[in-house]
Design a protein around this ligand. Structure first.
Ligand SMILES: [Zn+2]
Length: 256
């Protein structure tokens, strides 16, 4: 079998499995065909990240696909990037990183929300569970995206489990998707269930990420997220894609 034939087959098989998921679980499965075909007018999506630049790199293209479908999108930053620039004070770093995050959100045309955890020192306790639950409950989104929990960064892991807990506490009242960041370096063993074709918006995603000047994106964007988009695109039979893991409640899920 030649390479082109094989690629075509692979794309068809995966597109097929994603469509299966869509049909089996009516609602807002993330298959990009479904998003494009399901107007999001009056619906809200929330992207939760541990630091400024996580929502942008993990979901930047999907943010634009959701907006095009009519969704309102809000971006939640769990910390303000206090420890994000070596040698800078927390005050200096968080001021710069919040400014850059706001600029990135302007590029997308979305609203940022900043929570109160501290970069590098985020916590899991009753108060932090409550903080995450409250922001989701207040905004009342239909779809929420957060970090995949198997990740080399503590803050990413914590952000993920706080969101997962809110999903349970709020009685599974929204669709929950995990996104990947710097797979192989940060996200680990990430095996997607859903793909979104972001080819049309790859430039917008890059522009928004490049607002984070203090993170020197020119040193890592193309070699990490750029490559990830191309690889996920190969899996989804398009030029560039973002990929997600959709978690669903099972009938045996234990209520606490
Ligand atoms: Zn991060």
């Amino acid at each position: 079998m030649d390479r082109r034939k094989m690629l075509k087959l692979t794309g068809t098989a995966l597109a097929g499995s994603a469509v299966l998921g869509t049909d089996a679980f009516a609602g807002s499965s993330l298959n990009s065909n479904n998003i494009a075909g399901t107007p999001g007018k009056g619906k809200k999506a929330m992207i939760i990240g541990a630091h400024p630049d996580d929502p942008e790199t993990g979901c930047g293209g999907t943010i634009m696909v959701l907006k095009k479908a009519g969704y309102e999108v809000v971006v939640v930053y769990m910390t303000r990037g206090e420890a994000g620039v070596p040698g800078w004070s927390h005050e200096q770093s968080s001021a710069t990183r919040m400014k850059e995050a706001r600029e990135a959100c302007e590029v997308f045309g979305v609203r940022p929300i900043f929570l109160t955890q501290i970069d590098g020192s985020s916590e899991v306790n009753k108060e932090r569970y409550a903080e995450m639950k409250e922001v989701i409950e207040k905004e009342n989104p239909q779809i929420v995206f957060t970090h995949w929990p198997i990740d080399s960064h503590r803050d990413h892991r914590i952000c993920s489990i706080l969101t997962y807990d809110a999903w349970r506490q709020l009685k599974y009242g929204f669709d929950l998707y995990y996104y990947e960041v710097m797979s192989g370096v940060q996200s680990m063993i990430f095996h997607p269930t859903d793909w979104v074709d972001i080819t049309e918006f790859a430039d917008v995603k890059k522009k928004a990420t490049y607002c984070h000047k203090c993170q020197n994106p020119e040193d890592w964007y193309d070699s990490s997220h750029g490559q990830m988009e191309i690889f996920r695109g190969m899996e989804h039979n398009c030029k560039r894609a973002e990929a997600f893991i959709h978690i669903r409640r099972t009938s045996s899920d234990i209520e606490e």
